[in-house]
Design a protein around this ligand. Structure first.
Ligand code: PHE
Length: 447
């Protein structure tokens, strides 16, 4: 058997992990959540939770992954202490793999829409109005076609493996994503009305602060860092022993939160520029439009009103969204594919094909029963499953895994960790604080 693949460098890992983390959750979820939760107050709580809760949970995944050098199920079984915890490891692992797969099944649908709008901007440049109409029409045929296209791209990258696929494409696409985003911000901030949006984003509006704010911010931080489903775990498993996990985990957390913050500088001003151009940006209830309507109605209306430049801005914006989706979706697909390739006789290419086709079929099923299934699967996976799995992983690191072995794993690549603040705080953090806070959020979402 060939030796297990590894990221070729620190930067390769950071690009891949940041690529997984930075996605629709940052560019769409975070800014709109901020807008509907009282602006800067939400931003502040989100930042605190990113570092005090999501970072420790991310560390749990990276450490388990690098220690196990395997997919989530095998890695968890490897650190269990007896038959019961082994079973528990299997259950958590299986649920993680299923959750990652189901998240991909709805994520790929949305990403397909982004790509359809991307092509639409090209059609608009060429004045192909019939094609434009079809591309923005949300017909079943269009949705299925772009789902297939997006899944094919995701599978093509994953089939090429860790360095030739995940690392190579993350390293190419992430810098492009940052450049696109900064250019768009520069342009939007110069438009009339942008400053009003900036105010909503950066000045706290205490009257909008709801009791659910902390819990919303937590869910957002969890989704944004790709936690609970074994995506970060499998990326950690491809990391060299020479690297310091606490440092790399902190870099990824910082980049993820930083990009979420910067995305707010784009989306909120854009909404208010659109408002000035006559777009309906508030729902009947007076809430800022935040769902798909924002991306697929409010913003396109804004781009339209900008004339010729608008087409280029639309192109850049939907390219940004497509790239952000792709570097996240590959990490979702890697979860089941790594499991199958490692645990059966099937090779990576075959595993990618088999699982990719299965997930695509689930997506088609969702498209055929959209009203019934779409919201349900989003809610089951992101509201219930991700936080619950997060508790499971914290229990593994905090309660089940032998503490000396845990320390030995973190010491690899960070010899002095035992004297550090990290080691003084983090173990009890994952043991008590993280599960307790996640339970609180879970209860809130159930109620
Ligand atoms: N973090 C991604 C985003 O912000 C979503 C994601 C969730 C990726 C779970 C992988 C696993 O959009």
């Amino acid at each position: 058997m060939a030796p297990r693949e590894q990221f070729s460098s620190k930067a390769g890992f950071v690009m891949a992990a940041a690529g997984s983390a930075i996605g629709l959750g940052n560019i769409w979820g975070f800014p709109t959540q901020t807008a509907s939760n009282g602006g800067a107050a939400f931003v502040l709580v989100y930042f605190i939770l990113s570092f005090c809760l999501a970072y420790p949970a991310l560390m749990a995944e990276l450490i388990i992954g690098r220690h196990g050098r395997a997919n989530i199920i095998t890695a968890l079984r490897g650190i269990s202490s007896g038959p019961i915890t082994r079973k528990f490891g299997t259950v958590v692992g299986v649920c993680g793999v299923l959750t990652a797969s189901f998240i991909l099944s709805f994520y790929a649908i949305i990403a397909g829409w982004m790509m359809a709008y991307l092509l639409e901007s090209v059609a608009a440049m060429l004045s192909w109005s019939e094609v434009s109409g079809w591309l923005t029409g949300f017909s079943l045929a269009r949705n299925v076609m772009f789902l297939l296209l997006f899944m094919a791209l995701t599978m093509a990258i994953i089939a090429r493996g860790v360095t030739g696929g995940i690392e190579k494409w993350s390293t190419r696409l992430m810098p492009l994503l940052l450049v696109l985003m900064l250019m768009l911000i520069g342009y939007v901030l110069l438009q009339e009305g942008a400053m009003e949006g900036l105010k909503v984003y950066l000045l706290p509006d205490i009257s909008q602060v709801k009791p659910a704010l902390i819990l919303d911010a937590m869910g957002q931080a969890f989704f944004s860092l790709s936690l609970g489903v074994g995506a970060m775990l499998i990326y950690g498993s491809y990391l060299s022993e020479k690297e310091s996990l606490p440092v790399l985990g902190a870099v990824v957390t910082l980049v993820d939160a930083g990009v979420a913050f910067v995305a707010g500088l784009l989306i909120l001003p854009a909404i208010y520029v659109a408002k000035l151009h006559g777009a309906d940006v508030f729902s009947d209830a007076g809430q800022l439009i935040a769902g798909p309507n924002l991306i697929f109605q409010v913003l396109p209306a804004l781009f339209d009103s900008m004339g010729q430049v608008g087409v280029v801005v639309a192109f850049a914006f939907f390219l940004l969204m497509s790239i952000a989706s792709l570097t996240s979706s590959i990490s979702m697909l890697e979860v089941p594919v790594s499991l199958m390739a490692e645990e059966t006789r099937v090779n990576r290419l075959q595993a990618t094909l088999i699982i990719g086709v299965m997930i695509t079929l689930v997506s088609v099923l969702i498209l055929l029963n959209f009203d019934l299934l779409f919201g349900l699967i989003v809610e089951l996976t992101t509201v219930y499953s991700q936080p619950l799995l997060g508790i499971g992983l914290c229990i593994f690191v905090g309660w089940i895994w032998n503490r000396n072995n845990l320390l030995m794993e973190i010491q690899r690549g960070h010899a002095k960790i035992e004297q550090s603040l990290f080691w003084k705080i983090w173990p009890s953090y994952v043991k008590f604080f993280c599960p307790a806070l996640i339970v609180a959020a879970f209860l809130q979402s159930v109620i």
